[in-house]
Design a protein around this ligand. Structure first.
Ligand code: SF4
Length: 324
């Protein structure tokens, strides 16, 4: 059966390229973050929870191979999955000396059924030697998840991000030139931003050698600086209709070859303060899909790079231009 989508999902990308499901396995390698440990700041980004915007599923002090084995067994049973990505999500996984990163990569090297890595970090925690170590990892799918959040430097300052958009652009170009696949993280609904700011961020991403994107709705979580803003009435989260409209407008402007790794945020159990709709993950996705279908819209329709039909989001339709 052929499966069509109006945007380029990660599962479609994996099926088209590898002919199978590839499942991310969350791992905690024990890194920290310069925006948390006092180097840049101890407050963290305004939206960040004390776990470092991480999985909440980390198994501290357990060797990476054991963490991997634990999740691999579960995902084999749950999804019948037999191909995996080691997903280092919590904090900034290239922060610290190169030797620490190479130790972590060595520990992942020979894990069974591993197709590659997906490693999250800040753009200011990268340099040539670290990128070379990542690029040398022997996987077919080596992704670098890079936080941008917004292309507006005033916003980045407002949320205490600790780097600017140009820092992201430099890191993305350097990593892209070394063969790494960049997945940009962006947020809709940041304090002080309107839809035009969000669309400007999408336009900024389009200009860079970015291969994937995670779009998050900003929600207020316990322990974050944003809680106080929300309690004082200085921050109002988007409602679900607004988020749907922002994402749809972003999608139709996004380059059609950029893979959507995520289209909404996913609060960990117990961490959400507001808005409640952030828990309705499947409802949000359905709403976005319905909105696209009702208006005959698809990813890239207004990007200037799309054909007149969204044929490349056919799971069995082969690989679109620009994807190797
Ligand atoms: S860079 Fe990531 S881990 Fe560090 S404070 Fe910001 S969101 Fe949290």
């Amino acid at each position: 059966m052929r499966t069509f989508s109006r945007y380029f999902t990660l599962s479609t990308y994996f099926h088209n390229r590898h002919g199978k499901r590839i499942q991310k396995i969350p791992l905690d390698a024990g890194f920290s973050c310069p925006n948390r440990d006092g180097t840049l700041s101890s407050r963290g980004c305004l939206f960040c929870n004390p776990l470092g915007s991480g999985t909440g599923q980390s198994i501290a002090n357990i060797p990476l191979a054991d963490q991997y084995a634990h999740w691999r067994t579960r995902f084999q049973q749950k999804y019948k999955a037999h191909a995996f990505l080691a997903y280092l999500q919590s904090f900034s996984n290239t922060y610290g000396p190169l030797t620490k990163l190479t130790r972590v990569l060595d520990a992942l090297h020979d894990l069974p059924e591993l197709e590659g890595i997906c490693l999250g970090t800040r753009p200011d925690c990268l340099d040539q030697p670290k990128l070379a170590a990542l690029a040398a990892f022997p996987g077919t799918e080596n992704w670098l998840d890079l936080g941008l959040q917004s292309s507006n430097n005033q916003t980045l300052e407002r949320i205490n991000r600790g780097h600017d958009a140009q820092c992201f652009a430099r890191a993305a170009r350097m990593a892209g030139s070394m063969g790494l696949k960049i997945c940009a993280h962006v947020i809709a609904g940041l304090p002080g931003e309107n839809m035009d700011d969000f669309l400007a961020t999408i336009g900024f991403v389009n200009q860079l050698p970015v291969r994937g994107i995670k779009i998050h709705n900003l929600y207020v979580c316990k322990g974050s600086g944003l809680v106080r803003w929300w309690q004082r009435g200085d921050y109002r989260p988007l409602d679900m209709d607004e988020y749907t409209q922002w994402v749809v407008q972003g999608l139709i402007r996004l380059r059609p070859d950029i893979v959507i790794h995520r289209i909404n945020g996913d609060p960990q159990p117990g961490e959400l303060v507001a808005p409640n709709w952030a828990l309705s993950k499947s409802q949000i996705i359905q709403k976005i899909v319905r909105h696209l279908e009702d208006r005959d819209l698809w990813q890239g329709k207004l990007s200037g790079k799309a054909n007149d039909r969204p044929y490349w989001f056919d799971r069995n339709g082969g690989i679109p231009d620009g994807i190797d």
